[in-house]
Design a protein around this ligand. Structure first.
Ligand code: ZN
Length: 271
């Protein structure tokens, strides 16, 4: 074995020692050996400390694989001065207040409803629809669809679409995956049920209850043409969202942005 090769092996061993230093004293034995066959495991094969699965329960478009992003709608036209307000996780006891504010301001929104809450508050969903808002599908009970079997994904989506159809007389055409978690399989299932997957471009993070000023600011500090604004009318205490909504609507209108439903935003983008 040549000097250069020996030196190289020694160098590698030093790296290995550093890499696994805190890991066991047996390394020292290996370190003095020049036999490649008895080299300790390379750092890449050192078993790593298992990290806990720390998925946060947040609607976050960052969790969507980039390859999927182009196939879902997360934003409208960047050249048209219009935006869409979207409300997820309802209906709930806060939905009537949201509807009142929309109606007082003569604007419409898109509601991504959770099936089991549609079952509980069918009247609110009917009011959403009869006031000119759009009712859309947000699954039956809000699972991360990418973790389910395709049969379960289908049940989550189809059961909700069926109930919405029974509640307002119209099949939903839009679908938002909980947490923004979507993959090719979920997309295929949605397509099979004639649903367009919708994400968002502005996350108010209203569900964290950061205060109504922060919710207003999350929208008005960054909003522009075509934005899809994510808010929540269900899933917890939404009094801050309700308090923020009139100021958000006013601020959008002051910026010359028209508030439209998601189907309108999509139609205008494609025409
Ligand atoms: Zn949700």
């Amino acid at each position: 074995m040549g000097y250069y090769k020996m030196k190289k092996i020694a160098f590698l061993l030093i790296i290995l020692i550093v890499a696994v230093a805190g890991w066991g004293s047996m390394i020292v034995v290996y370190a003095s050996s020049s036999h490649a066959a008895s080299l300790p495991p390379t750092p890449t094969s050192v078993p790593s400390v298992p990290t806990p699965h720390t998925r946060t329960i947040v609607d976050n478009p960052a969790t969507v694989a980039p390859t999927v992003k182009n196939d879902v709608v997360a934003q409208g036209s960047s050249t048209l001065p219009e935006v869409a307000l979207t409300f997820d996780d309802g209906p709930s006891m806060y939905t009537p207040q949201v509807l009142n504010i929309l109606q007082e301001n003569s604007v419409h929104a898109t509601f991504f409803c959770v099936g089991e809450w549609v079952q509980y508050y069918p009247n609110y969903v009917q009011q959403e629809y009869s006031a000119g808002n759009v009712v859309a599908n947000h699954t039956w009970n809000h699972p991360d669809l990418t973790t389910l079997s395709s049969v379960d994904v289908q049940t989550q989506i189809s059961r909700t679409s069926t109930l919405i159809q029974q509640t307002i007389g119209v099949q939903p055409t839009l679908f938002r995956p909980p947490y923004g978690a979507i993959n090719d399989s979920v997309k295929a299932q949605a397509a099979q049920m004639n649903l367009t997957p919708i994400l968002w471009s502005i996350d108010t993070e209203d569900w964290t209850r950061p205060g109504s000023d922060a919710i207003v600011n999350a929208v008005l500090s960054q909003v522009g043409n075509g934005d899809v604004i994510l808010m929540h009318d269900g899933g917890g205490d939404r009094s801050q969202t309700v308090a923020a909504l009139p100021r958000i609507i006013l601020g959008l209108q002051q910026r010359g942005l028209k508030l439209v439903t998601m189907p309108q935003l999509i139609q205008d983008m494609n025409s």
